[in-house]
Design a protein around this ligand. Structure first.
Ligand code: PGA
Length: 263
């Protein structure tokens, strides 16, 4: 795990965007794994700006989203399909047939989960997976207690996650309890992973993920078992890391050839 402490979320998001840009510029058939929520918004904004200024061809990329609410159709404003169309697919001019989000209104949810997992196997592996982290340490919507070898399936959100996500819903609506999410094994099968975390509210989860034991009680800790993970954090999210000075020193003293992937 490589922890990259940044001062602000703007700086962190620009860095992640450059990393994603390099991925698609070096391989026009890249498969991206994408996240939703508040965290990746600036990353997507920066990425869109970079793509238009550098004229990068995205015609042959494929994208897979981590999750979707059960019961929300793509035209529902709080669905992740809607979010992705608005913040990523449409601004980049991506076609429907290259962007995949689980279908939250599928008639047969277990079958939909199986179909989605099979699609990732068929079109993957995912070259670069973007992740956020929940305050309870979830990745995707793999809540505490999730099997560390799980594949795409239905999960029930914790009360904490439902409360955190209520901001994306109209006040008179409640957050769905059920979601379809890529499993932990699905996420771990990506070649490279970039996890972003911002703000002090995430500091505990980040510290446990990076420096705590690997445990299903904090699903993100399983990323310690993946060979290529970058954890890009702002000052707030980094504030409880014991070895913060060391992570800063490592990044500041990177050999030039290693820096290239961020330029
Ligand atoms: P957030 O959610 O980006 O809205 O904080 C992160 C997550 O739940 O993974």
């Amino acid at each position: 795990m490589e922890v990259i402490p940044c001062q602000t979320k703007q700086e962190a998001s620009r860095m992640a965007a450059r990393f994603m840009l390099n991925q698609v510029a070096n391989n026009k058939y890249s498969v991206l794994g994408l996240a939703t929520g508040g965290t990746p918004l600036l990353l997507y904004e920066e990425f869109i700006k970079m793509v238009s200024s550098k004229d990068v061809d995205l015609e042959s990329i494929t994208t897979f989203n981590l999750d979707e609410y059960v019961g929300l159709a793509p035209n529902h404003k709080a669905s992740y399909s809607f979010y992705m169309n608005k913040h990523f697919f449409e601004p980049l001019g991506l076609n429907e047939d290259q962007c995949f989000v689980p279908n939250g209104v599928a008639h047969d949810i277990p079958k939909e989960c199986e179909r989605y997992e099979d699609l990732i196997l068929e079109k993957g592996p995912i070259d670069l997976q973007v992740l956020g982290i929940g305050r309870d340490g979830h990745i995707g919507f793999n809540e505490p207690g999730s099997s560390l070898v799980s594949s795409t399936r239905i999960k029930t959100l914790t009360e904490e996650t439902q409360k955190d996500n209520a901001q994306f819903f109209d006040s008179n609506e409640s957050v769905p309890k059920h979601v379809i999410t890529m499993g932990i094994r699905t996420i771990l099968s990506a070649k490279r992973i970039v996890l972003l975390a911002f703000g002090e509210a995430k500091a505990d989860a980040v510290a446990k993920m990076v420096e705590g034991p690997v445990s299903a009680s904090l699903p993100a800790s399983v990323l310690q078992m993946h060979s290529s993970v970058k954890v890009i954090v702002d000052e707030g999210a980094a504030s409880k890391l014991n070895k913060l000075d060391y992570y800063k020193e490592v990044f500041a003293n990177k050999p030039t050839w290693q820096r290239k992937e961020f330029l």
